[in-house]
Design a protein around this ligand. Sequence first.
Ligand SMILES: NC(=O)c1ccc[n+]([C@@H]2O[C@H](COP(=O)([O-])OP(=O)(O)OC[C@H]3O[C@@H](n4cnc5c(N)ncnc54)[C@H](OP(=O)(O)O)[C@@H]3O)[C@@H](O)[C@H]2O)c1
Length: 250
Amino acid sequence: MNLSGCTALVTGGGTGIGLALAEALMAEGSQVLICGRREEPLAEAAARLPGLEYQVCDVSVAEDRDALHEWVRRAHPGLDVLINNAGIQRDVNLRRGLEDLEAGENEILINLEAAVYLTARFLPMLLKRDEAAVVNVTSGLAFVPLAAAPVYCATKAGLHSYTQSLRHQLQGTPVKVFELIPPAVDTGLDRGARERRGESHRGIPAVEVAKAALAGIKKDHFEIPVGRAVTLMQGLRSDPEGAFKAMNPD
Ligand SMILES: NC(=O)c1ccc[n+]([C@@H]2O[C@H](COP(=O)([O-])OP(=O)(O)OC[C@H]3O[C@@H](n4cnc5c(N)ncnc54)[C@H](OP(=O)(O)O)[C@@H]3O)[C@@H](O)[C@H]2O)c1
């Protein structure tokens, strides 16, 4: 897919992988729109990257999704690329029942439901283009779960499955469907939990993920696993039990 001169919306584009994707797309000459819940990182990014536009939006709230769609429809009706990148990750102790589950934000609404509904909302606009794309950001953990983050992994596995079906249903239309599958990346995602687990390696830089993403999209590689995510995908296919044990030692 040709990315130069396209218009792209990156959810969660104010920080981390989303911001790296936004910068990489702008370097290709694309118009980039980002959204997130906190205005500060969005405004900081827009101040640093002239031309970048943003909207405050909680993608897990239907009214916010509607407002985001209305903003794009009015200001940028030629949207070509939707990148469902916004996400959160939490450690959840399932033995604590509802207590732990309800103690933080809802990963199912943010990581899975929002991507499904935003895609449905923007698809009519994308289908009008000569060439367009939906890019869903999953994770290597979609393929081999990390038991400490059970809901996160389930949402990413769900998003992987949904992405496959979406790609199949959109065959023969102008809309290409990509899945970006990052490994551990050095961002603010789940930093507290990683520290609690004593993980010293913070992962690869977000710019490496963005570079791999754009290279894959340009070559129409519809599944784009990056770094260790390649091993996790292969592990699921060749030795699922061994891969699970390696990820979750006793
Ligand atoms: N870092 C990793 O190791 C890793 C590995 C595999 C996959 N991923 C995936 O990559 C994506 C980006 O994560 P990241 O690592 O770049 O972490 P990040 O820096 O924390 O980025 C997540 C972004 O999503 C936004 N966001 C979260 N909830 C939102 C909501 N309800 N509505 C709108 N925006 C929301 C956040 O902004 P606000 O808080 O201001 O809303 C933030 O800008 C996620 O889907 C994540 O699951 C990350």
